[in-house]
Design a protein around this ligand. Structure first.
Ligand code: GTP
Ligand code: MG
Length: 369
């Protein structure tokens, strides 16, 4: 159920409303029969009354999951999405810049250094999309979100510095998510680089190098000199090949927000990566609680494009509000449908907030007593 009131819950369970209110009251939640139940309350109540409840988060309502894509007979090969992770200052952004610089084709303006959290390059005629993440400890939520859309994680370790706290965090994340890993041993141009020392440290944490009989590729690179970059890209393509990544270009588009902001003159903009389908200029979309019609798609070279294929990334303009990163963008059949859906999400978010604020005020009250 979604947006269920206390009395509706009682009806569904075939129990008197007072039973429900009493259980809630005993837990410090003062609710009347017309109040909406939050997900937390529903969870508690279903345990109390021993019933099974499926909570449908409107966010998930339209999402086609991986299995659907795998079973889709119209799905074709798609490019891999790579997330670059690692400890602060180990050279993630530099490495991405070096890859981009090496791969910018003649037609495209060189030296675009404008910061962008995601971009697509071509290696031997095959596309690869990269997402940058910050190494700083405070951004662990971004790293977590990164794994949800990523096909391969590249862990960057500075060969002169070795395994550090955020390296360990990324190793843990990779293990938990089961996303395949490639290690980039960066800063190999430095005299103080000790690749074997780093391999040893990584092996201690279950990241066993292939040349030591393990299954993790370690690629020596230098973001500074450009050494090893082709090797890294080739390894990414080989790993991606094994994964047999697929998407259906003709399905309803589903994309993930990587970054978002409010820009002067352009309004809310979001960098998205398409997971399935093709996102087109003119599409009606919903994205969390925001909605709109796609006014423009701008790629990493600052060029306006008409459509965006699976695994590719662009900045989308045309939403009425700034969506949070991690939010799912989906194509809708009409403006009306998009708006209705966004309103539902607004309601849902509001109820969630309300249920939290009610609880905190009650906690405040009890702590005052
Ligand atoms: P955060 O985003 O803050 O986590 O850092 P980062 O991992 O993106 O590191 P960044 O690319 O900003 O590089 C940090 C410093 O290392 C910069 O001063 C770079 O110039 C330097 N650096 C990066 N790669 C190399 C390399 O291959 N060799 C040398 N010598 N220096 C490098
Ligand atoms: Mg960086």
């Amino acid at each position: 159920p979604e947006d269920i009131r206390v009395y509706e819950f009682a009806e569904a369970l075939n129990r008197p409303i007072s039973d429900i209110i009493k259980v809630l009251f005993d837990l410090g939640m003062m609710m009347t029969k017309n109040d909406f139940l939050g997900n937390d309350e529903i969870e508690i109540l279903s345990e109390e009354f021993d019933v099974e409840v499926t909570i449908i988060d409107p966010k998930d309502e339209f999402t086609h999951n991986e299995e659907d894509i795998e079973e889709d007979p119209d799905a074709t090969e798609r490019a891999p999405v790579i997330t670059i992770m690692g400890h602060v200052d180990h050279g993630k952004t530099s490495l991405l810049d070096a890859i981009r610089e090496a791969k910018v084709t003649d037609g495209e303006a060189g030296g675009i250094t404008q910061h962008i959290g995601a971009y697509t390059i071509e290696q031997n005629g095959k596309a690869i999309t990269f997402i940058d993440t910050p190494g700083h400890a405070a951004f662990s939520h971004m790293r977590q979100r990164g794994t949800a859309i990523t096909d391969i994680i590249v862990i960057v370790v500075a060969a002169d510095d070795g395994v550090k706290p955020q390296t360990l965090e990324v190793i843990k994340l990779a293990k938990e998510s089961g996303v395949p890993v490639i290690v980039a041993l960066n800063k190999m141009d430095k005299e103080t680089a000790q690749p074997d020392m780093v391999k040893g440290q990584m092996a201690e944490h279950g990241m066993n190098p292939v040349d030591w009989g393990g299954d993790i590729e370690f690629i020596p690179v230098s973001a500074k000199s450009g050494m090893g970059i082709d090797d890294l890209l080739e390894n990414i393509l080989i790993t991606a090949d094994v994964l047999e990544l697929k998407a259906n270009e003709n399905a309803l588009a589903k994309a993930v927000v990587v970054e978002s902001s409010l820009e002067k003159g352009r309004g809310p903009v979001a960098t998205v990566i398409v997971q399935n389908g093709t996102l087109k200029v003119g599409d009606y979309v919903v994205c969390g609680a925001s909605y709109g019609r796609i006014k423009a798609l701008v790629n990493e070279h600052g060029k306006q494009i008409k459509f965006l294929l699976p695994s590719h990334t662009a900045v989308v303009a045309g939403l009425n509000e700034v969506p949070a990163s991690g939010e799912i963008m989906m194509t809708m059949s009409s403006d009306k449908e998009a708006k209705e859906y966004a309103l539902k999400r607004h309601e849902y978010d509001r109820h969630k907030e309300l249920s939290h604020s009610t609880k905190s005020t009650l906690e405040d009250m009890t702590s005052m007593i």
